[in-house]
Design a protein around this ligand. Structure first.
Ligand code: CAA
Length: 292
């Protein structure tokens, strides 16, 4: 009996060591308890959709330095976590984010902006390899609208409002508002929004192609999670390649983009998941992707 107990104890110790090793490779626990400006959770039936909620209600989720640092830090974690297939960024019913923190930025000087490379660290969202969905309720203004546009897909609650009101503050958008917005909605509409500071409704944003779907405000996050789950049901590896290819359309000429797409398409033929996807189709069964 004593021997059997020892075998079980050794086995349990071994399993714990393996688990400890795995947890180093695949972090499942985040320093969430230390976050001041965001909340995080894993959602969906397989807990593979990460939901980041901007949580600075008194300032309508104004994007202060601390909030943007926390957002970058949790994205670093999620990017490394093999179990996270898609990420959602959302806010409150009143505000996704009312822009950069005007009170924090008000004393800034030109030399300070240059020397600190102000807003440079905001690009983390746009650089994330995994798909990010912005679930926008309420105000998405200035940096808030720019943050949503850094994401890959925007879903909006029916009362969402988008705008680039920087002009009324005596400045201009500084995190992509004049660039991403123009690429998405065209010159005339982007120019009107940036030069007037006028807000547009969720419905108008959908018509312009800024938003891919408008849903009732209280269904927004659950709809975004469903979307994340659908994306997560495919090979994470191929999803990342596909995202990179779509993003290339923004950053290069048509000829270069088509070349990049073709080569990436060819590259999928070196993966197990491409083989599995096509074999499953031929064998009339669901594919089981391994992300290899
Ligand atoms: N920065 C700092 N604080 C903000 C803020 C912001 N961008 N937006 C709102 N707040 C604060 C308000 O100062 C207020 O705080 P107090 O209670 O301490 O006064 C609190 O949030 C609630 O705001 P309001 O009382 O103004 O709420 P409202 O419902 O009357 O109006 C609003 C809502 C129309 C969104 C209005 O708050 C507003 O116009 N906010 C500013 C929007 C803006 O100009 N954004 C662009 C910022 S610049 C930028 O983003 C540059 C860039 O490209 C990165």
């Amino acid at each position: 009996m004593a021997n059997i107990a020892k075998i079980f104890a050794n086995r349990a110790q071994y399993m714990l060591q393996v688990a400890a090793k795995q947890s180093q490779i695949v972090p499942r626990f985040y320093s969430a308890a230390n976050f001041e400006f965001i909340k995080t959770e894993l959602a969906g039936a397989n807990k593979n959709v990460a939901v980041i909620t901007l949580n600075r209600p008194k300032a309508l989720n104004a994007l202060c330095n601390g909030l943007m640092k926390e957002l970058s830090s949790v994205l670093d974690d999620y990017e490394k976590d093999k179990n996270v297939a898609a990420i959602i960024i959302t806010g409150s019913e009143k505000a996704f984010a009312a822009g950069a923190d005007i009170k924090e930025m008000q004393p800034n000087t030109y030399p300070h902006c240059i020397l600190s490379n102000f807003l440079n660290d905001w690009t983390r969202v746009a650089k994330c390899q995994k798909p990010i969905i912005a679930a926008v309720n309420g105000y998405a203004l200035g940096g808030g609208c720019e943050l949503a546009m850094m994401c890959d897909i925007i879903y909006a609650g029916d009362k969402a409002k988008f705008g680039q009101p920087e002009i009324a503050l005596g400045t201009i958008p500084g995190a992509g508002g004049t660039q991403r917005l123009t690429r998405v909605v065209g010159k005339s509409k982007a120019m009107e929004m940036c030069l007037t500071g006028n807000m547009i409704s969720a419905e108008e944003a959908e018509k312009m192609g800024l938003v891919s779907k408008v849903v009732p405000a209280d269904k927004l996050v659950s709809e975004a999670i469903k979307l994340g789950e659908k994306i997560g049901s495919h090979s994470n590896l191929i999803v990342q390649l596909c995202k990179e290819s779509v993003n290339t359309a923004y950053e290069t000429t048509l000829q270069e983009g088509l070349k990049f797409e073709r080569r990436t398409f060819h590259a999928t033929f070196s993966t197990d998941d491409r083989k599995e996807g096509m074999t499953a189709f031929v064998e009339k069964r669901p594919a089981k992707f391994s992300n290899n």
